[in-house]
Every structure is written in structure tokens, then in C-alpha cells.
Design a protein around this ligand. Structure first.
Ligand code: F6P
Length: 559
């Protein structure tokens, strides 16, 4: 990519940045007053009592997702003010700029076009002279041919055996999306193919993964946007060595390794045949890449048609985000509620609670999506923000959470807004288990919102000394997302919903949601430190804590 001269770099930064500080905007000031004089005194039981239809009106629906946001500490006035803030921050212009392919990732001078990955083949999107949809469809078509070959057994390994085990080697966005989607869509997967995900550079990860795998039936997909990520390259080299050792022939690599990358040169150097490489583009951020060729393992598992269905679900949510009025716009509502709690109620975290075994990796996936995107401390201008940005996203399968951390959600001292996600139809049914599962989700949201008063606890005959322990304060906000069934389509729309919620938050905070400079320092230091751990003769010039830790490590190693 041509590098722009430094002076020109200024332009896009300012083009998308808000000149007026967020905290000086009229809607922000109005929200502060609204919080100070009304909202901080809101009680959900009173809001529900005052409006018997609240649970039917504070809802929005799109692309198969029904969002009930009535159990939030908001009134219609709050929502109006939040959407005024979104408008004053130029949300809709920024949405258009993203979809158009403007270089809204200003610090890296890149367009942000993951939405182009899921546009129908019939559309065109010309960005800087090139139709990106045609490029996307070319890669998709090549992926489909390859995926079908692997699924049918037509793609054989070096010894002529069909592939039955697929190992995705990648980290961050080159791992979390495919891993989460594999878990989520297991029901749709071809069961005689096993999928594995190798990300950690801890040798145990690789050794435990390949243990028992027949090399002649194993395919490695090396996923790395840059093809320079140390962990991925180290694992890819070690996997290559294992394969060559097992099959006794260097020539085996070409049938057992394929690459997904924007860096063809490096992937060729590794020994991957260019015909077995699947490209993507610098306008796809790592954490936004599961709908690109990074999803190759997903496509192999669930098949091309289901992969296309997932893209269709994403596209449906993309279009909803682009066109729906903010008041009915799911990502805008979700994003603005996060702003509301973080910036006005000082909530520091957000829990994601899927009531689905298949979505157990969703919280891990969302942690990168949300926190790598919005964990920023300066505006697009480079000025320090004077407000909180990304909350900590965390969570787990809801039912398991109920038996561990929900105690804190109900009676702890912090406000933790929760996203409940559940399905009407199970992918697989056992008598009444779905009812039991969903009854828990509805019950938890109800308990968080309305709690249990001292009076009710007493009425139950609780001994007086236990009364304070058994009171539930309630008034704890949550969203409930109800989806007909977990399918490739609904997974796609759910992921796109969170992507655009993150985008909405980033626009309000006036930050670059698409760079990740914060990961660099640790990487640099680790390189130097690795040399010191290998060569015990290297002098140490760290702080006294790091020096002492390294000396102790060296001593344990016997050096
Ligand atoms: O270090 C962070 C990061 O750059 C993520 O943003 C990215 O998803 C991950 O590393 C992997 O990068 P790559 O796909 O280039 O190997």
C-alpha cells in the first residue's frame, strides 16, 4: 500500500473526529442533568408499574433478533437524549463513511469494510477504483471449492488418505471467531471431520492438539493476517516439523498446509503453495474477520451453503444498522445503553450471558471484539479522553454462571449490566430441557430487575438475623435477546449486532475502534526478554522486579 506523506495523514484523522469535546455536547449535558435529577433515582418496579405496556414497547427487532431493553434504567426521555447524543456525534455519517469504504481507521489509514464481506454477489462496491465485492466473491468461490473437496474426501493428504482432522493455527482474530463459530454451529457441522484450534505458544497446546492425530489425515490452516505474528509462526513451524517427522517427507507440507493471509510473500516462504492460499485485505480488521477467508475452517465444518447463510444473517443486520432509524436500531440501542451505564452510572463492566451450550465461547470472542476495539485512551485527535471508554466485557454460559458468579450480580456492590441471550427452539431437544434452560434466563433477568424486598423476606418467615442476607436489592439492568433458533443466519446477525454496537460506542467516544497500538509494547519487550531467557549470559537491564524474576527463572532452568 502506498504510504501517504506525514502532512496528508492529518486529514483523515480530523475528517472523522469530533471537534467539540464529547462532554461539551448539548445532549451529553442534558443526559448528565437527566441522570442527576431523575435517572439515578429510577426504580425498575416503579417504571413498570407506571407503564403496564413497558415490556412490549421498549423492544426492537431485526434480522431474527428480538431485543427487550425494558429492564434498563431508562425512560423514553432517556432514549431520546441518548439518540440525540448519537446524532450530535455524527453516528449516521460515520456509518455511511464505513460502508462506503472511507479510511475511517485513521491511525492506520485503512478503510473498514468487513460489511463488504457479506454483501450479496449481485452488488458492487467500488473503493479506490476496485470493485471489492468481486474480489470477495472470487475468494469465497475458491474457499467453497476447497471446502467441498475436504468435506467429500476428494482432497487427499500426501499419502492419498482423505483429510479427517483440521487444525486452525492462529491467534486473536485469526482464532477466536472461527473457534466460537465452530462451537456455535457444531450442530450443523460434518461430524466425521474433527476441528482443533491452536493459538497458545505454550508447547502443551500443540502437543496436546496433535496427540493421537494421524498426520496423514490432518490438515493445518495457518491463519494470520500479517503472517508475522510470533505465536502463530512458531506454532506453524512446529506443526510443520511434526508433520514432516511423522510422514518422513518434506514434500508432504504442500498437501497438509494451507494459508489464510494478506501476506502472500511470507506464506510462500513458509512453503504454502500459492494455489492453496486464501487472501483477504487490509480493510478487514483481525477481530472483524470471521466472515473473510479466516472463516475457512468454519466453512469446512458447516459447508459452503451454511457459511453463506451466516453471511446473509450478518448482511441483514448490516443493512438494518445502516438504514433503520436510531430509535429502532438494535446496534445503536445496545451501543448507547453501554455508553449510558459506563459514562453516567460509572458501570465498569458488562456481562454477556448466553443460555446456550453452543455459545459458550461467545464471551471470549466478544472480549477481543469489544476491548481491543474500544479500550482506548485518546481521541482521534490524540487528545486524552476525559470519560470512560470500553467497559470490561466478560461472561459465560448463563446456567453455569448462575452457580458461580451470579451471586455478585444479584447482591454485589457493583452495577453490572447484563446481556441475556436465549433461543425459542433448541437445536437438539430433550424433553423439557429447553423450558428449564429458558425459564432460568427469564427468571434471572426478572430477579435482577425486581429483587426481593425486606418485607417479602420477612413474610417468608426468615429469622430476623438472616433478613439482610436474603434481601435482593434489584434494579439491576439487563437486555434480553430472544432468537428463534441458533442457526448460521442468526449467529451471523448476532455477531454483526455486537460489531455495530462496538462501532456506535467508538463513534460516541471519538476514538479509533479499528487500531490496536496497545498490543505492541508487550510484544517488543517479549522479544528482548525471550533472548535473555534463552541466553543466560545476556546482561539484564530491566527494573529490579523483572530482573529478579528472570534471574529466578534462569536459576530454575539450572543456569
Ligand atoms: O496482537 C493483536 C493482533 O494483532 C490482533 O489484532 C489480531 O487479531 C491478532 O494479533 C492476530 O494477528 P494476525 O492475524 O496478523 O496473526
Amino acid at each position: 500500500m502506498t504510504k501517504l506523506p506525514a502532512a496528508d495523514l492529518q486529514l483523515p484523522l480530523f475528517a472523522y473526529s469530533q471537534r467539540e469535546s464529547l462532554t461539551e455536547k448539548r445532549a451529553w449535558i442534558a443526559l448528565q442533568e437527566h441522570h442527576q435529577y431523575s435517572a439515578r433515582h429510577f426504580r425498575l418496579e416503579r417504571l413498570f408499574a407506571a407503564d403496564p405496556r413497558r415490556g412490549e414497547t421498549l423492544i426492537a427487532e431485526a434480522a431474527g433478533i428480538y431485543l427487550d431493553y425494558s429492564k434498563n434504567l431508562v425512560t423514553t426521555e432517556t432514549m431520546t437524549l441518548l439518540m440525540q447524543l448519537a446524532r450530535q456525534c455524527g453516528l449516521q455519517d460515520r456509518v455511511e463513511a464505513m460502508f462506503r469504504g472511507d479510511r475511517i481507521n485513521a491511525t492506520e489509514q485503512r478503510a473498514v469494510l468487513h460489511t463488504a464481506l457479506r454483501k450479496p454477489a449481485s452488488e458492487r462496491l467500488v473503493v479506490e477504483g476496485e470493485d471489492v465485492i468481486a474480489q470477495v466473491q472470487d475468494v469465497l468461490a475458491r474457499m467453497e471449492v476447497f471446502a467441498e473437496q475436504v468435506r467429500s474426501g476428494a482432497w487427499t493428504g500426501h499419502t492419498g488418505r482423505p483429510i479427517r482432522h483440521v487444525v486452525n493455527i492462529g491467534i486473536g482474530g485469526s482464532d477466536l471467531g472461527p473457534m466460537m463459530a465452530h462451537e456455535a454451529l457444531r450442530h450443523y457441522s460434518q461430524r466425521d471431520l474433527s476441528l482443533h484450534f491452536l493459538s497458545d505458544v505454550d508447547a502443551a497446546a500443540l502437543l496436546e492438539t496433535v496427540r493421537g492425530l494421524p498426520a496423514e489425515e490432518t490438515l493445518f490452516i495457518v491463519c494470520s493476517k500479517t503472517f508475522t505474528t510470533l505465536e502463530t509462526m512458531t506454532n506453524a513451524q512446529a506443526a510443520r516439523q511434526w508433520l514432516v517427522q511423522q510422514l518422513g517427507d518434506e514434500a508432504a507440507v504442500v498437501r497438509h498446509f494451507v494459508g489464510v493471509t494478506t501476506n502472500i510473500e511470507e506464506a510462500s516462504r513458509f512453503g504454502i503453495d500459492e494455489r492453496n492460499m486464501f487472501g483477504f485485505w487490509d480493510w478487514v480488521g483481525g477481530r472483524y474477520s470471521m466472515s473473510s477467508a479466516i472463516g475457512l475452517s468454519t466453512m469446512i465444518a458447516i459447508g459452503p451453503q451454511h457459511f453463506r447463510d451466516m453471511l446473509a444473517g450478518m448482511h441483514a443486520m448490516d443493512e438494518h444498522f445502516r438504514t433503520a432509524p436510531l430509535e429502532q436500531n438494535l446496534p445503536a440501542i445496545l451501543g448507547m445503553l453501554t455508553v449510558w451505564y459506563g459514562n453516567f452510572f460509572d458501570a465498569r463492566s458488562q456481562a454477556v450471558l448466553p443460555y446456550s451450550q453452543y455459545l459458550k465461547r461467545l464471551p471470549a470472542y466478544l472480549q477481543q471484539l469489544t476491548m481491543e476495539s474500544n479500550g482506548k485512551q485518546v481521541t482521534l485527535h490524540g487528545e486524552p479522553v476525559d470519560y470512560q471508554t470500553s467497559p470490561v466485557y466478560w461472561g459465560d454460559n448463563g446456567i453455569n454462571g448462575q452457580h458461580s458468579f451470579y451471586q455478585m450480580l444479584h447482591q454485589g456492590t457493583q452495577m453490572v449490566p447484563c446481556d441475556f441471550i436465549g433461543f425459542c427452539q433448541p437445536a437438539q431437544a430433550l424433553e423439557q430441557q429447553q423450558e428449564l434452560l429458558m425459564a432460568n434466563m427469564f427468571a434471572q433477568a426478572e430477579a435482577l430487575a425486581f429483587g426481593k424486598t425486606v418485607q417479602r423476606v420477612r413474610e417468608e418467615g426468615t429469622p430476623e438475623e438472616l433478613v439482610p442476607h436474603r434481601v435482593f436489592p434489584g434494579n439491576r439492568p439487563s437486555n434480553s435477546m430472544l432468537i428463534e433458533q441458533l442457526t448460521p443466519y442468526s449467529l451471523g446477525s448476532l455477531i454483526a449486532l455486537y460489531e455495530h454496537s462496538v462501532f456506535t460506542q467508538g463513534v460516541i467516544w471519538n476514538i479509533d475502534s479499528f487500531d490496536q497500538w496497545g498490543v505492541e509494547l508487550g510484544k517488543q519487550l517479549a522479544k528482548r526478554t525471550a533472548r535473555e531467557l534463552i541466553d543466560h549470559g545476556q546482561p539484564l537491564h530491566h527494573d529490579s522486579s523483572t530482573n529478579a524474576l528472570i534471574r529466578r527463572y534462569r536459576a530454575c532452568q539450572g543456569g
